[in-house]
Write a protein that binds this ligand. Structure first.
Ligand code: IPE
Ligand code: IPE
Ligand code: MG
Length: 256
């Protein structure tokens, strides 16, 4: 949490929030500078490092970052190899810092088609941080929401076929419990950088009532100021959840 006017939340207070981020625009950031796309991805990892630190400072409770989609396999093999390499580098170089900072790492997405050495690293990151409780960093890697929803439907069908579940008992909670985000609340805020305004198969079930903020900065340029700007925008929204008036949300101070 950050300090605000007495008794009120600072407008950029992220306390308790679940923030999702679609980290987009690495390639365009690089192209604008005449650099190879890899350089954009490399700088994108630095932005991620900064963002996790900022999330912790702002009091964010859950941070879900989209780092590789099920559809990103459509990219050239060299770029895919670069992205896999950067994930390995990030875990190897940052795991200790994350561990010390109270961050619990969780990776969501398909693991079957990943190389065993990557799967081992993902498991190590989860195991070494599983007792941390300050910030949950959920990395959506090789993730696609449609695939996740299909998988949840399959799990329900299996339970019904095995006689463990009555079809009449399938409700939203039963469905959500079989998604890979089970246990985490739905995101309050989803930020997408790069100016694109779409979800690109990110958390489609969970985003039903998320506030969406689209920022015109490329991901490698994302910083604490941009993060705060997105939270300020979120705090100014009226979340209705289908009702007629504002849901009771924490009051925010007008001064920053
Ligand atoms: C986001 O940047 C990183 C990944 C999708 C892995 P992009 O690589 O999509 O960058 P743009 O959108 O081409 O600029
Ligand atoms: C979404 O970005 C996936 C990630 C940020 C990891 P893309 O760049 O893949 O999305 P599209 O193709 O522009 O929709
Ligand atoms: Mg993109």
């Amino acid at each position: 949490m950050i300090d605000g006017v007495a008794g009120m939340k600072h407008p950029a207070d992220g306390a308790g929030l679940h923030v999702g981020i679609i980290m987009d625009g690495n390639g365009r950031w690089a192209a604008a500078r005449g650099l190879p796309r890899f350089e954009g991805h490399r700088r994108g990892v630095e932005a991620l490092r900064r963002t996790v630190r900022a999330a912790n400072e702002l009091g964010v409770r859950y941070l879900t970052v989209y780092s590789f989609s099920s559809e990103n396999w459509a990219r050239p093999p060299q770029e895919i190899a670069d992205l896999m390499g950067l994930l390995k580098l990030f875990i190897r170089s940052d795991l200790h810092t994350l561990e010390e900072a109270g961050v619990r790492v969780r990776i969501i997405g398909e693991r079957d088609n990943l190389k065993p050495e990557i799967v081992a690293l993902l498991e190590e990151a989860e195991n070494r941080t599983r007792r941390n409780t300050k910030l949950d960093l959920i990395v959506a890697f090789n993730y696609g929401a449609r695939q996740e929803i299909v998988e949840a439907a399959r799990a329900l069908a299996r339970d019904v076929a095995a006689g463990r579940l009555n079809p009449e008992d399938i409700d939203e909670a039963a469905f959500a419990a079989r998604l890979c985000t089970a246990g985490a609340p739905d995101p309050d805020l989803i930020i997408r950088t790069s100016g694109e305004m779409r979800l690109s198969n990110f958390l489609m079930w969970q985003a039903a009532y998320s506030e969406l903020v689209f920022l015109p900065v490329f991901w490698p340029d994302f910083d604490r100021a941009a993060f705060e700007q997105a939270i300020v925008s979120f705090r100014s929204r009226e979340r209705r959840f289908g009702g007629v008036g504002p849901a009771p949300v924490a009051k925010v101070a007008s001064a920053s």
